[in-house]
Design a protein around this ligand. Structure first.
Ligand SMILES: NC(=O)c1ccc[n+]([C@@H]2O[C@H](COP(=O)([O-])OP(=O)(O)OC[C@H]3O[C@@H](n4cnc5c(N)ncnc54)[C@H](O)[C@@H]3O)[C@@H](O)[C@H]2O)c1
Length: 271
């Protein structure tokens, strides 16, 4: 694959949730920089199409249909990366799901489903990747896709918010313990990204406006704008970065935004 930069030439990479959205952008970006990428996702058709498209532009990718909340599926992806590339250098957790239900109505089923995929799935990937890296003496990098919900919870999102702050605890704990093996562990907190997961906000005119009013940069992000910082975290450019939660949200959680848009004069405000 032709690229101006190839920070990941011959590296073995696993990306979960790679069929679409942020995960697809991450897998594509690693492949464009020379990595051998194993893409794990539970949506077989979309995963197959995405893998085909990346191969079509010269990327070396393998698709594993599996569920991140099943340890054997995660292990299979890690083992395939080692079989294909000889070693696992990078693991990126992106797979995630959400539902928004009033607190008093949250069910056991919802709690189990969201926590299993988002949190158990994260633990499994970090642990399986960490074990493989330690076994092979690889000074690798692991990245977790959390959310601004990890530290700024949204009403209605009990299970999602809990899973996202739990991911940060997994990241911090793993960073503390794996650094002695030369493995760095970090997390990204995306704001609102133009993907299927947030389509219920982006495609709803009222919700869209409410959310955009909270985002000082004035727009939602594209998945590629999350892939670039994730690749950076996993590259040698970030060789001293570990245990860090990088917030990439267009200043959404930087503080309380000015009311209204910046170019509408507010009474009593000197501009
Ligand atoms: N979109 C946003 O605004 C936003 C904001 C903050 C954080 N995030 C996080 O980013 C990550 C990716 O979200 P996205 O917006 O790209 O969503 P998306 O729905 O577009 O993609 C998620 C991918 O994960 C896969 N997946 C879901 N459950 C799985 C499972 N059990 N096993 C394997 N794969 C599974 C899906 O098939 C899909 O391909 C999630 O962890 C999400 O919480 C997204």
């Amino acid at each position: 694959m032709s690229t101006t930069e190839a920070r990941f030439a011959d590296k073995g990479v696993v990306v979960t949730g790679a069929a679409q959205g942020i995960g697809r952008a991450v897998a594509k970006a690693f492949a464009a920089e020379g990595a051998g990428v194993v893409m794990l996702d539970n949506e077989a058709d979309v995963l197959g199409q995405t893998a085909e498209a990346i191969r079509g532009s010269g990327g070396a990718v393998e698709a594993v249909v599996g569920d991140v909340s099943r340890r054997e599926d995660v292990r299979k992806a890690v083992e395939l990366a080692i079989a294909k590339s000889g070693h696992l250098d990078v693991a990126v957790q992106v797979a995630g799901i959400a539902d928004f239900i009033p607190f008093l109505e949250v069910t056991d089923a919802s709690w189990d489903r969201i926590l299993d995929v988002n949190l158990r799935g994260t633990w499994y990937l970090v642990q399986e990747a960490g074990r493989a890296m330690v076994r092979q003496g690889i000074h690798g990098a692991i990245a977790i896709t959390a959310s601004t919900n990890a530290f700024q919870p949204e009403a209605g999102g009990l299970c999602y918010n809990t899973s996202k702050s739990g991911q940060v605890a997994v990241m911090h704990t793993a960073a503390l313990e794996l650094i002695r093996h030369g493995i760095r562990v970090n997390a990204l907190s995306p704001g609102i990204i133009n993907t299927r997961l947030s389509a219920f906000v982006i495609n709803n005119p009222e919700a869209r406006k409410v959310m955009l009013d909270r985002i000082p940069i004035g727009r939602f992000a594209e998945p590629e704008e999350m892939a670039r910082p994730i690749l950076w975290m996993c590259s040698d450019d970030a060789s001293y970065l570990s245990g860090e939660l990088l917030v990439v949200d267009g200043a959404m959680t930087a503080g309380i935004p000015e009311p209204g848009t910046l170019d509408v004069p507010m009474p009593g405000v000197v501009r």
